[in-house]
Design a protein around this ligand. Structure first.
Ligand code: SF4
Length: 504
């Protein structure tokens, strides 16, 4: 019996009271030192399993009657004899199911399947969750691990898959290019015909070629044409733009690398020189490579051997090298940012791609050529280009060269609502220059014809003045002249001043 005033010791009987105290305890409303809780209420007959249909008195009588029967049972002789203790002992058996133990040969086969042929291949990197490659191989044998759990191996497989996809992509691209005429240089002007002659002459030889010219003049197209005319045209043509990669990545891309030669080099990798073995390698923007890479490239050209990054072994390669640049390499040699010995190695046979503004005679032909390509690409049935649009294109100076023209035509093909490309479909600058007369269009004895040369002279002198004041910076010069940069650039082209240093 507890003191009803004592809050340190709590006692309760019955489901409702007990649950109430448990809830109070859980909520922190009470904190007794002792809680004596009994779910039963009024003895066993009031317990949680009670039959609530019966009254408490009736249940009490049932208990008493049961007790009386039990007393008679407990006095029976056989009950008296049951004195020994029941056997409570327990027996335990080893339930471990033995896993199969692989032989050395089994482990070796699994390691081979995971691309580990030598001890060096066993990286023991723990990426699979096992402490070593051998422990992992045992787990694979026992069916506790999968081959795909080896991360370096899975990455190697993915890299191979990637290589296959790249090859497929290159093939598809080539087929597409053949279909769309990408491999052919289009033009009927004298300069284009001269370039085609040079390609045909140098193509079948093993000579190193340096293609020069402004951006967008078709240097890669020329490299492809040279490869097509060569004896190696059944072998790969590997192309790489040297400006797209950092120095170290470029080195690894060109020469390959050995596993572990730098962070992230988880596998051996073949370089492009190796991939192009027997074929041609085309390095675009060669003027942008660093002196370190220039030295490496020179070594390859001198020895005919490539050495992967992190390797001491060299491998002979048979490649034909074609390079391209829009940089002034001679200035590079003079100023010291381009090696002279490499310059002479590369500049064995130079082809200079003429800018589009000097191939005006080919503009209509090119425009229609690009229209055909745009039609196929966009699946549109455009029949022709309006004459005024062609004339505007002939007058335009094309600072972005062929690439710009291709984009202009494709844009116009997208914009046109009928089957004709009109002047309105070209960028606004074409409408502006369409209003300007072509040189030689005016009658010789007209006021305009006599006035025009004077205007041109003044215009040129002004351009030179602005350029001088802007220290050769075209954007700044255009600002000083208060005219849009593109317009300024176009007028520069008209006077042959683009890219020239101007002094008063
Ligand atoms: S992930 Fe592959 S390489 Fe790394 S420990 Fe596991 S099995 Fe060996």
């Amino acid at each position: 019996m507890t003191d009803p005033l004592d809050t340190e010791i709590v006692t309760a009987e019955g489901e409702v009271n007990v649950m109430g105290i448990i809830n109070d305890l859980a909520a922190g409303r009470i904190s007794p030192r002792i809680a004596d809780l009994r779910f039963c209420y009024d003895g066993c007959i009031g317990g949680p399993g009670r039959n609530s249909e019966l009254t408490g008195l009736y249940k009490r009588n049932l208990v008493i009657s049961h007790f009386r029967k039990g007393a008679a049972y407990r006095t029976a002789p056989q009950y008296q004899q049951h004195t020994e203790r029941p056997d409570l002992s327990r027996r335990f058996t080893d339930r471990y199911v033995g896993l199969p133990v692989p032989t050395t040969d089994d482990v070796r086969k699994i390691l081979h399947a995971a691309g580990k042929f030598t001890r060096r291949d066993e990286l023991n990197c723990r990426a699979c969750g096992y402490r070593s490659c051998r422990e992992y191989a045992v787990a694979v044998f026992q069916g506790l691990a999968d081959l795909e759990m080896c991360l370096p191996h899975t990455m190697q497989l993915m890299e191979k898959e990637h290589g296959k996809l790249v090859q497929k992509y290159e093939l598809a691209k080539r087929e597409l290019a053949m279909e769309y005429g990408d491999e052919f240089i289009v033009g009927s002007d004298r300069k284009t015909l001269d370039v085609l002659d040079l390609i045909k002459q140098v193509g079948p030889t093993p000579t190193t070629v340096l293609i020069r010219g402004e951006s967008g003049t078709g240097k890669e197209l020329t490299a492809r044409a040279i490869h097509r005319f060569s004896q190696r045209n059944d072998k790969p043509l590997v192309t790489l733009n040297c400006t797209t990669l950092t120095d170290s990545l470029l080195e690894s891309e060109l020469f390959g690398h050995r596993k572990g030669s730098f962070t992230g080099a988880i596998n051996d990798k073949k370089g492009l020189f190796d991939a192009a073995d027997g074929g041609t390698i085309f390095l675009d923007e060669i003027g942008d490579i660093t002196p370190k890479l220039q030295a490496e490239l020179l070594r390859v050209l001198d020895s005919g051997e490539v050495r992967a990054v992190g390797s001491n072994a060299s491998k002979k390669v048979d490649i034909r090298l074609i390079t391209a640049t829009n940089k002034d390499l001679e200035a590079g040699v003079r100023e010291g940012w381009f090696r002279e010995d490499l310059y002479y190695r590369l500049n064995v046979f130079a082809i200079t791609m003429p800018p589009l503004r000097s191939r005006i005679a080919s503009v209509p032909l090119l425009a229609h050529h690009f229209l055909e390509k745009a039609k196929k690409k966009l699946n549109k049935s455009i029949m022709a280009i309006e004459e005024s649009a062609i004339q505007a294109m002939v007058k335009y100076h094309w600072p972005g060269n062929i690439r710009e023209m291709q984009n202009v035509i494709e844009r116009a093909a997208v914009l046109t609502a009928d089957n004709l490309i009109k002047l309105d479909n070209l960028p606004k600058i074409f409408a502006d220059i369409s209003a300007e007369p072509l040189a030689g269009e005016l009658p010789q004895n007209s006021f305009k014809a006599e006035f025009a040369p004077h205007v041109m002279k003044i215009e040129k002198a002004l351009l030179e003045k602005y350029l001088f004041e802007a220290n050769g910076n075209v954007s700044r010069a255009a600002q000083l002249a208060s005219i849009p940069r593109r317009t300024f650039y176009r007028i520069l082209g008209r006077h042959g001043l683009k890219g020239r240093k101007t002094v008063p």
